[in-house]
Design a binder for this molecule. Structure first.
Ligand code: FE2
Length: 353
């Protein structure tokens, strides 16, 4: 009994039609009709996008008093709902509530869905789906007129990285374990980057794939990337969604030709990468030029790259990840990633001031 896997992910955005076109044209999702997952509420418009086993929903406000408009005002575009698929959603819902999860009544979210929904970090929620729920499988309907340029090789949702407030990692990992049946994967890894520090803990869907990597600011001389995120997003939330691919080189090249370059790798990372990569048969130089980082552990290695921020605030990113044996989350790359992200934030800040 418990969570079987990650279901759809829903972003609340300033303009759903434009977001759908962006994810379709640039990331190769195919678009199903508007009002997919929660047909009924007339205060919003949703587009359902699919690629591999990924279902991505983008929802925008159709009225000024829609909760979607309030969310976007507070946070900018961001992840609102991470659906969890369970063998029995009702049983999981009862367990979650007994474990301290706050219930979101359908009317509070403005939707008409009768599927159970619980609050989680910040203004994010989990809709709980039965494994045989049509929403967990497919959405049919009329064409939208938004045509995809073809997939870029995205396969599934690998993990979510979540920024939480100081002290939040222990509480959230324990909550996901006791209330939702996730397994602990890593505990309290301390990371220091250029005088700033944060702590990470990870929980995973039993048997995987699917995981949450929580990160909280730690006391340090400089403000950490997590502290920056909390300030710029306006509280805890999803920092990045990681999509898996079987061929990161092809995926990243496709994204680049569609106008989505990856974050550049920090020079300090490139300098020590050759040493770490000696035993791996990949063309490190080509991958580095594409912004792809490599991480090695006892089980194998993984390749990962990160997009620029999706929206106007430097808060929500996408990760592309290819796993070759390892179940880790690129601990060695986190340092490189966050030093790069800090640089982006500083550039973003200086361009505004
Ligand atoms: Fe990640």
């Amino acid at each position: 009994m418990g969570v079987l896997g990650l279901g759809y992910v829903e972003l609340w955005v300033g303009n759903a039609r434009q977001s759908a076109a962006f994810f379709s044209n640039c990331f190769g999702f195919s678009v199903a009709p508007p009002a997919g997952p929660r047909s009924g509420p007339d205060d919003r418009v949703s587009y359902v996008l699919r690629q591999g086993t990924i279902t991505l929903v983008v929802t925008g406000a159709a009225t000024p008093d829609s909760p979607v408009a309030g969310y976007v005002h507070a946070h900018g575009d961001g992840v609102r709902d991470i659906a969890l698929v369970a063998d029995d959603a009702s049983t999981l819902f009862r367990r979650a509530v007994e474990g301290g999860a706050k219930v979101i009544p359908p009317e509070a979210s403005g939707g008409s869905s009768t599927r159970p929904m619980i609050a989680t970090f910040g203004d994010t929620v989990h809709t709980l789906l039965d494994g045989n729920d049509p929403l967990a499988l497919s959405v049919a309907g009329e064409p939208t007129g938004i045509e995809s340029l073809g997939p870029v090789g995205l396969v599934s949702i690998d993990h979510y990285a979540v920024s939480v407030e100081s002290g939040g990692c222990a509480g959230w990992t324990s909550h996901y374990g006791s209330a939702l049946g996730f397994e602990p994967a890593t505990r309290d890894e301390h990371v220091e980057v250029n005088g700033s520090a944060f702590t990470m803990s990870t929980v995973r869907v039993p048997g995987g794939p699917g995981a949450f990597v929580f990160a909280e600011p730690a006391p340090s001389r400089n403000k950490s990337q997590i502290a920056h995120y909390l300030e710029q997003f306006g509280g805890p939330g999803v920092h990045h969604i990681a999509f898996s691919t079987n061929d990161i080189r092809r995926t990243v090249l496709s994204l680049r030709t569609r106008g989505i370059p990856m974050l550049e790798i920090a020079a300090s990372y490139s300098r020590n990468a050759d040493e770490r990569l000696r035993e791996i048969d990949v063309d490190w130089r080509e991958l580095a030029d594409l912004g792809v980082m490599v991480d090695v552990d006892d089980e194998g290695y993984l390749l990962q790259a990160f997009t620029q921020p999706l929206g106007d605030r430097p808060t929500t990113y996408l990760e592309i990840i290819q796993r070759e044996g390892t179940k880790g989350f690129g601990a060695q790359n986190v340092r490189a990633l966050y030093s790069t992200v800090v640089r982006e934030q500083e550039q973003s800040h200086s361009s505004r001031s």
